[in-house]
Design a protein around this ligand. Structure first.
Ligand SMILES: *Cc1c(COP(=O)(O)O)cnc(C)c1O
Length: 395
């Protein structure tokens, strides 16, 4: 057959007909969408019909994922972004203007702190930091220019619980917006918008997707005008997620409830086990009666204390090095929410930029470790930590 009689290999052909449908969410990587006519395109752009145009502006895999997280958070119209930081960025840049003031928790995620200390002043936005466990301090830090309060539901790595209700009450009195990063507690533990917050933010890369293979974030706002501003900014800045990452994360959500329950159960058991080991000086877990915010965690999280556990090993940096060397099967990596347990050492990673004094003030010594507890068999975790703590004591 002469090449000219053959159907062009370049033309995309129609998808095969099938009366049956795939049971798995299709992955749609198309960057661009073809419309039937200029009139039809007008209808799409004017919102008279539904349709995708260009994937930076939105695509089916992001929509499917966003709608699932919307349902978890009890909101409509949230968006998925290329990372958790993209969600933080979209929120701050969309809602703040030159001259505005922000009050932020003083133990926020490191990059969020950098965003506030390095980028916001360049935009002419002033930021004050204070302890979110003290609602009176937050109220005192607010001025008549305070437009936004940014907090996280659990601090890293000492797992302190902020007085979110007190902060929301203070913000209501002045009309400031409250944005809550719910990454550590997830909607299983807390639903900020239902409790009165204005904006909820997630790093989906953590517990929600759960397999450390998709870099994504999520943001939703209670007020549709805020949501529209955030989405508009996200599309303009190109903070859009990849379809494949969205597809992976949606797949991860199928098991979210199971993973959360199992990891939380493991965390409670591991916290108790570590507290009983000689080489362990102190254990931090909001579910334990000896945690300084246990009562607040109990009422705010309704018993969903989560999967994060921290502990202080006796013996300082040398002991810390021996512990990680003795636990080679456990990923020593500063992330959280993976199906597998990961261990991080804030003094050498997330909190290395702080002075030793500033770290000491937070209780982060050289023996301090944070565990993101996974879904392994608890007996395996206990024997690994037993081995690690034992090795750490062998000077
Ligand atoms: C990881 C994380 C972020 C940032 O998310 P990325 O997806 O890494 O950009 C923000 N807040 C918290 C609490 C996080 O743990």
């Amino acid at each position: 057959m002469p090449a000219s009689d053959r159907p062009s290999l370049i033309r995309r052909t129609a998808w095969p007909e099938s009366v049956s449908r795939p049971v798995v969410t299709p992955l749609q990587p198309s960057v661009v969408y073809a419309s039937p006519s200029p009139d039809a395109l007008d209808d799409q752009y004017e919102g008279r019909t539904e349709g995708f145009t260009y994937s930076r502006e939105g695509h089916p895999n992001a929509r499917v994922l966003a709608q699932k997280i919307d349902a978890m958070e009890g909101v409509r119209g949230g968006i998925v972004t290329a990372s958790g930081m993209a969600a933080v960025t979209a929120t701050l840049y969309a809602l703040l203007e030159r001259g505005d003031h922000v009050v932020a928790g003083n133990q926020l995620y490191g990059r969020s702190l950098r965003m506030l200390t390095q980028q916001m002043p360049r935009m002419g936005v002033e930021v004050s930091f204070c302890d979110p466990g003290d609602a009176a301090a937050v109220a005192a830090a607010m001025t008549d220019r305070t437009r936004l309060v940014l907090i996280e539901t659990m601090s890293n790595p000492t797992l302190r619980i902020p007085d979110v209700a007190g902060i929301m009450a203070a913000a209501r009195r002045t009309g400031a917006l409250v944005a809550v990063d719910n990454t550590f507690t997830t909607p299983r533990g807390y639903r900020p918008l239902e409790e009165g917050a204005d904006i909820v933010i997630h790093s989906i890369a953590k517990l929600l997707s759960g397999h450390s293979d998709a870099m994504l974030g999520y943001v939703a706002a209670r007020d549709p005008a805020h949501m529209q501003a955030i989405e508009e900014l996200s599309v303009t800045l190109g903070l859009t997620p990849s379809p494949f990452d969205c597809w992976l994360a949606e797949r991860g959500l199928y098991t979210f409830d199971l993973r959360f329950d199992r990891a939380q159960q493991n965390a409670g058991a591991l916290a108790g086990y570590l507290a009983g080991l000689d080489g362990v000086e102190r254990v931090f877990y909001p579910g334990r009666a000896d945690h300084p915010d246990h009562a607040r965690a109990q009422s705010m999280l309704g018993g969903a204390f989560g999967n994060m556990v921290s502990f202080v090993l006796r013996g300082g940096r040398a002991a810390a090095n021996r512990l990680t060397a003795a636990m080679p099967d456990l990923a020593f990596a500063p992330t959280l929410g993976d199906v597998g347990t990961t261990l991080s050492h804030p003094a050498s990673s997330s909190h290395r930029a702080l002075s030793a004094e500033a770290r000491a003030e937070l209780g982060i010594t050289e023996g301090f470790f944070r565990i993101s507890v996974g879904i392994e068999e608890i007996a395996l975790l206990q024997s690994e930590f037993e081995k690690g703590v034992h090795a750490a004591a062998q000077a």
